[in-house]
Design a binder for this molecule. Sequence first.
Ligand code: SF4
Ligand code: SF4
Ligand code: SF4
Length: 219
Amino acid sequence: MLSPSPTVTVAEIDALLPQTQCQRCGYADCHDYASAIARGEAEINRCPPGGVATRVGLSMLLQRDLSTFPALADDVDAYAAEHVALIDESRCIGCAKCLPVCPTDAIIGATKRMHTVIADDCTGCELCIIACPVDCIDLAPKRTFASAAHETLAERSEQSSALRAAYNAHKIRFAARAEEGLSAMLVPTANAEALTAESKQKDKKARLAEIMAKAKARQ
Ligand code: SF4
Ligand code: SF4
Ligand code: SF4
């Protein structure tokens, strides 16, 4: 058990996180991870998109010895910066399962219609890839404002603020939809018969590893 910090706030920790909201740290979003760090329940080395800049920043904030700041935890999945999601529209069944999971609302499409990604708003977080029941989303190399890798926290500051605002707007929008009973999660799949047993059971971790290998090979 790590010691909780009595003086450092969740907001101060959250400010050093990239706001990709990718859940690789094992928490629901960046703010949730920041809260776990503040409570002393999580180490500071679980954020792949944050890179060294976030780990150094958190070490300094928490007054750790910088000479021993930790390497990235080995049980978190890698993150491919400067990649965005690309939907194979010919295979999309319009189930809309990718809409509620996208932290930046970068996907457009209606139920029973094909969906597409607005690349400029996509961070490449891969949450839609995990949610898609027919594996028709892949990662493609593209540098956008939202997917740009940054070496320093200062360089990343504008991007993080914009991503936090986009995520907060997303949460409000989907909470309102859920209240109205219109949550996309609850809309029946357009073409359930198109979901083969194989695609339903495909190990998502293996799928992500495959995508990361392809992304690396393209670099
Ligand atoms: S960006 Fe980092 S802190 Fe935020 S959800 Fe992803 S891994 Fe967790
Ligand atoms: S469209 Fe981009 S930002 Fe949205 S969930 Fe997919 S990878 Fe993440
Ligand atoms: S989850 Fe996949 S199949 Fe469903 S709408 Fe999104 S891209 Fe299309």
